[in-house]
Design a binder for this molecule. Structure first.
Ligand code: HEC
Ligand code: HEC
Length: 580
């Protein structure tokens, strides 16, 4: 009876087959006699044992279709491990394609149970952190370029490397793709026509190559998961944390986060306050979070001052390091989760600690330069001589001091050694705290090539923030060599220039606008009647930054980045819902 329900809901009878063949594979996986015991491609049969499912919310809500056998194994579900986002995506698909009706509380319980009991160990997630932190990076999967080509056609490889499955489940995943996205075959999975033979040897399709690789590289059972899950527990993160971060378009910020226990184990409430190194008022945020799998912080926080117009706030995705003394990650928002900041938190106790300094770069020969050290428990009165930057940098006075920041005035000798140096102050130390440089030779844009998506009518816009980073070329005077020193973010002047790919192109008039702080906001989606042939507002342009160093007779230094303004992403991951 249930099967006809699948076929009706989805309209693809294949999907019913997917679940039932899942059951056969499940038998095979438990050493049963299932018909699917012989995997495709003559591969050895996968006899991996699945995970017994004990949670009653999962059993009640999922068990009608995913039959649970007397040993506690549930079809399909027992044979996969995923991040909280991965489980959430599955549950959403159950809701949208299979009409599974779940209330939000049950959905949260299920994500929590599955992520905790069938999640990824810290070592397994580390290479795929960018995926959960929603970083737009150019990730290359070098372990198997053929699998990368097959699986990166529509989404990031990050989605793939953050899952673990039995071979049978990797096969079913590919089969599901073929059922749901018939284009997949044509785009990536098959080489046109059936598997060919070449002198009697079967030449596998790209999808078969990928399945074989994934089954080996990302199996259900691993020593990492065995070790982690055996001693995993809800972490105790309550206490005071030093916060340091950097926000594209704004620069560095520093402050504190107080973490308190929430309603249950592994749940927390937070109060953060921080300020940007370049000034402005203190920012306050209050939030809630859940830590999945013992180390995956997922939170949301809002700023009470802006809550009226920003009820969404920032999503927080952080990785809690073993030892519970450090965590880091990204806080973000935006239609594509593209706007945000990198953050790093360090637990602190009663002793003084310095976490960062700003500005970090000091020019040789500069006099009476003020720099601020950020930290906690800093002494009220501090002698200039106890703030030690090493030879050539003299602290002449303390401008002001408070427990969480000390501003000192320094002179830098014209013969001071160029390079990074450590700081010792108030009984604390900071590696590579400062950079002594000679001159700004060039600026480089970050990112060097950007991506934005038109939106605002049907789809959200995807914005792109640019930053100009100054560099000193080092003693060899050449750019992009090992002795180059990064001086830091500078406030540049921004403009757009035509990227002349097409004769008589007019992209810069239509693609969107660039703010004085380097934030590009694309134009609306949909055809634009004002444009020739009513084209969409898409196009390619150069983003140009110009910066004049603050020294006599300096000339402006320029750099540019390519910006591609494209169509909305129709195949987008869904925004996170299992929020705290
Ligand atoms: C109405 C029937 C139905 C219910 C109820 C149901 N599922 Fe499914 N599930 C399916 C079908 C059909 C498939 C195979 C097709 C697919 O993957 O979408 C499937 C596949 C899956 C998969 C494998 C997909 C993959 O490749 O990762 C997971 C995981 C899953 N379901 C989880 C759940 C969870 C968790 C619940 C309970 C919240 C649930 N399902 C409830 C019908 C159901
Ligand atoms: C034709 C486009 C396309 C190609 C090629 C493609 N995918 Fe996907 N994939 C999708 C879409 C669309 C989704 C989103 C499904 C959803 O929202 O539930 C997805 C989701 C996924 C998920 C998460 C869904 C789940 O049930 O856990 C995984 C894992 C995945 N793909 C792996 C792969 C692998 C491995 C390959 C290569 C063998 C691949 N994909 C190739 C389109 C594609």
């Amino acid at each position: 009876m249930a099967r006809s329900v699948f076929a009706k809901c989805v309209g693809v009878p294949l999907v019913a087959a997917l679940l039932s063949s899942g059951s056969e594979i499940a038998h095979a996986q438990r050493g049963g006699r299932g018909a699917a015991g012989q995997a495709t491609g003559g591969a050895p049969r996968d006899t991996t044992t699945g995970f017994v499912i004990r949670d009653k919310t999962v059993i009640t809500n999922c068990g009608d279709c995913h039959t649970r056998d007397s040993a506690g194994y549930m079809q399909r579900i027992s044979y996969e491990r995923k991040t909280p986002e991965g489980w959430e995506m599955s549950i959403r698909r159950m809701a949208s394609l299979n009409k599974v009706d779940l209330d939000p509380a049950a959905a949260r319980t299920i994500v929590r149970y599955l992520a905790d009991n069938q999640g990824l160990a810290p070592a397994e997630l580390r290479p795929g952190r960018f995926e959960v932190e929603r970083r737009m990076i150019e990730y290359r999967y070098t372990a198997d370029p053929r699998t990368e080509t097959t699986c990166r056609a529509c989404h990031s490889m990050g989605r793939v490397i953050t899952q673990r499955r039995t071979r049978g489940e990797w096969e079913l995943l590919v089969a599901t793709h073929r059922g749901l996205y018939p284009d997949a075959d044509f785009q990536a999975f098959r080489r046109g026509g059936p598997a060919m033979t070449d002198s009697g040897v079967a030449v596998p399709h790209p999808m078969d190559v990928a399945i074989t690789h994934l089954a080996r590289a990302f199996p259900l059972r691993t020593p990492e998961w065995a070790a982690w899950s055996a001693t995993m527990r809800a972490p105790h993160l309550e206490g005071s944390w030093l916060l340091s971060g950097s926000e594209p378009g704004r620069g560095a910020f520093f402050g504190h986060v107080t973490v308190a226990r929430g309603a249950a184990d592994g749940e927390f409430t937070t109060q953060a306050s921080y300020r940007y190194a370049d000034g402005g008022p203190v920012v306050h945020r209050t939030g809630k979070s859940i830590v999945y799998t013992g180390y995956q912080w997922r939170g949301r926080s809002t700023d009470p001052a802006t809550r009226a117009r920003d009820s969404v706030g920032l999503r927080e995705v952080m990785f809690v390091e073993p030892g519970w003394e450090e965590m880091s990650g990204r806080w973000f928002t935006g239609g594509y989760e593209e706007l945000g900041m990198d953050v790093s938190l360090k637990k602190f106790g009663a002793s003084p600690v310095v976490v960062a300094m700003a500005p970090r770069a000091l020019h040789v020969g500069s006099r009476a330069q003020d720099v601020t050290l950020f930290g906690a428990n800093l002494p009220r009165t501090i002698a200039p001589s106890t703030v030690d930057f090493g030879p050539g940098v003299t602290v002449t006075s303390i401008v002001r001091s408070s427990p969480d920041s000390v501003t000192v005035r320094v002179n830098v000798d014209s013969a001071a050694a160029i390079g990074k140096r450590d700081l010792y102050a108030a009984g604390s130390s900071l590696r590579d705290a400062a950079v002594i440089y000679d001159k700004i030779d060039r600026i480089k844009l970050s990112p060097v090539s950007g991506l934005a998506r038109v939106g605002g009518v049907v789809f959200p816009k995807q914005l792109q923030q640019f930053d100009a980073i100054a560099y000193y070329n080092g003693p060899d005077g050449r750019a992009d060599t090992d002795d180059d020193l990064e001086i830091g973010r500078v406030n540049a002047t921004w403009s757009l220039e035509e990227y002349a790919t097409t004769y008589d192109d007019d992209d810069i008039k239509f693609v969107g606008t660039l703010s004085p702080t380097g934030l590009f906001t694309p134009n609306l989606d949909g055809p634009n009647p004002a444009r020739r042939r009513s084209r969409n507002n898409i196009g390619d342009v150069w983003v140009v930054a110009s910066y004049t160093p603050p020294v006599p007779k300096a000339r402006p230094i320029k750099a540019r980045a390519l910006l591609i303004v494209t169509v909305p992403l129709y195949v987008k991951f869904q925004p996170w819902q299992a929020q705290p």
